[in-house]
Write a protein that binds this ligand. Structure first.
Ligand SMILES: [Zn+2]
Length: 236
């Protein structure tokens, strides 16, 4: 049995042999759903002031939502490469617009230690590492950098409004000091943007600059072009 087959068999054991997105029997992600995800265009996420420019691959819905949920909540390590590939597309689009040519450090939005422990892997950290490797492969001076760490446990964000989320996230991250660098943030989902704004605050305090954020998906609360207007959400 070759490596690929072995990996697929391991995935089938872990998954009961069904596509995470459409539940078709077979590999962890069927070719049809993989192709559909890869074809998702990058899109700028409308964000309110204070949130760095953010690019996503689509709304947090349908196949995109199914794959993220399966990866995060069902120990779907086998889905990390696809999520990393998708967020790399967001990162490339962002750098295409905003990169000055200087060195870039790719920083994951950190998950709580308890979350990483329960999940068994550090999703955003792994995604950031893969983004850096891919972009280095095309000649850019890009490295992964765990620049941020949580400073205190934030209360669960679920069920909170935008203002409460922002307050809850205030001073919740600290950035490593060091020679000033340009930082690209990596996260799986952007909701209100409060976490990304906090990351930018922490990095700026430490002397760094933030180019923007690359994410996999944006929830309808954030809004993505063509799906929701600023007037409906009250945020920009
Ligand atoms: Zn499928």
């Amino acid at each position: 049995m070759g490596w690929r087959a072995l990996a697929a068999a391991a995935a089938d054991l872990a998954w009961g042999g069904a596509c995470a997105a459409c539940a078709a029997p077979g590999p962890v992600l069927c070719p049809g759903c993989a192709g559909l995800l890869r074809r998702l265009p990058t899109q700028a996420v409308p964000v309110r002031p204070g949130v760095p420019p953010t690019i996503a691959r689509g709304d947090y819905a349908d196949e995109l939502r199914a794959v993220i949920l399966a990866c995060k909540e069902r120990q779907g390590l086998g889905l990390v490469p696809m999520l990393a590939e998708l967020v790399t597309g967001s990162a490339a689009a962002l750098l295409h617009e905003r990169w000055s040519g200087a060195a870039v450090r790719v920083a994951p939005i950190p998950s709580a230690r308890s979350t990483i422990g329960e999940r068994g892997f550090d999703l955003t950290g792994m995604m950031a590492g893969r983004v850096a490797v891919t972009l280095r492969g095309v000649g850019m001076d890009v490295r992964g950098w765990r620049a941020l760490r949580p400073v205190r446990r934030s209360a669960d964000q679920a069920g909170l409004g935008i203002a409460e989320r922002a307050a809850n996230r205030r001073a919740s991250l600290v950035a490593r000091p060091g020679e000033p660098v340009q930082v690209l943030l990596i996260d799986d989902i952007v909701t209100t943007g409060a976490t990304l704004a906090e990351a930018r605050r922490a990095l700026t305090v430490a002397g760094h600059s933030v180019l923007g954020a690359a994410v996999v998906a944006a929830t309808p609360r954030t809004g993505t072009p063509g799906t929701r207007t600023a007037s409906r959400t009250g945020i920009h």
